[in-house]
Design a binder for this molecule. Sequence first.
Ligand SMILES: C[S@@+](CC[C@H](N)C(=O)[O-])C[C@H]1O[C@@H](n2cnc3c(N)ncnc32)[C@H](O)[C@@H]1O
Length: 247
Amino acid sequence: MADPGLSFGPIAPHYDVLMADVPYDMWAGYYRLLLSQHGLDPDRVLDVACGTGSVAELLCDSGYEMTGFDLSEAMIERARAKALAKELPIEYHVADATTLDLGKTFEGAYSFFDSLNYIASLAGFRAAIERVGAHLEPGGSFVFDLNTAYAFEQRMFDQKEKRKKAKIRYEWKGEYDRETRMIRVEMEFERDGEIFHEVHVQRAHSMNEVHEALRDAGFDWVKIYDSYTLDAPAKSSDRIHVIATKS
Ligand SMILES: C[S@@+](CC[C@H](N)C(=O)[O-])C[C@H]1O[C@@H](n2cnc3c(N)ncnc32)[C@H](O)[C@@H]1O
C-alpha cells in the first residue's frame, strides 16, 4: 500500500478542483446500470475508499443510504465538510480497507477510480476483498474498477497540465515495473503559487488474482466488463469493472 503520508494528503483540499471534469454522474449511472442488469437493488451501500465522497453524494441524492470510508483523514475531512454543507446524511469513517471493521453490514458496496490498485500488494488486495465481503449481507454485491497492466504499459500516468488558465497545474511521471506490475508516480502540483508533491504507487492486479480473491472471500458469482460498457474486457482495456455477489 502507498504510504498515506505521501498520497492523498497535500492534494486533498484541491482534489475536487483537480477532478472537476471527472464524470462522476456517469459513474453513478453505470453503477446503477450494472446493478439493474443483474437484478440487484441494494438500499444500504458502502463506498470503499470514497475519497471526498463525490459518488456517495450522488447516490445519497438518489435515495441510497450511504456510508463511506477512506484511509486518508484529509480526504474524509473534505467529504464530511461537503456532506454537511449539502445537508446529506452520509456516514464517513477513516479506515483501511485491508483491516476494515465497521461493526455493521451492507447490501451493496462499490469502489471507484482505481482505489483498489492503490492497495499495492496481492496480500493487501486479497485482505481488502475479504474485509468488504465480511461487511456484506447474504446476496450482497461488490462493484469495483481497476486500472489494468495495459494502462500502465501505455504510460497512462504520464500527464501534464501547464496552461496558465488551469486552476491547478501539474506534471506526473510514472515508472512501471512489468515484473511486479507496480507503478510509482511522482506528482508535482502548483496552485496559486503553492507547489506540493505526492508519490502514488499502484499495482495492476491480474484477472486471475481478482477471481481467486473473490472466490476465497465467499463471492460465488463474478462478471467483468470493459469499463462503462456491457462488453467483455479486451486486451486493450485500460480499465475494467468487476461485479460480484455473495449468496
Ligand atoms: C483516486 S482516489 C479515488 C477516490 C474516490 N473513490 C473517487 O472516486 O474520487 C483513491 C482513494 O483510495 C484511498 N485509499 C488508498 N488505499 C486505501 C486503503 N487501504 N483503504 C482505504 N482507502 C484507501 C485513497 O486515500 C484515495 O482517497
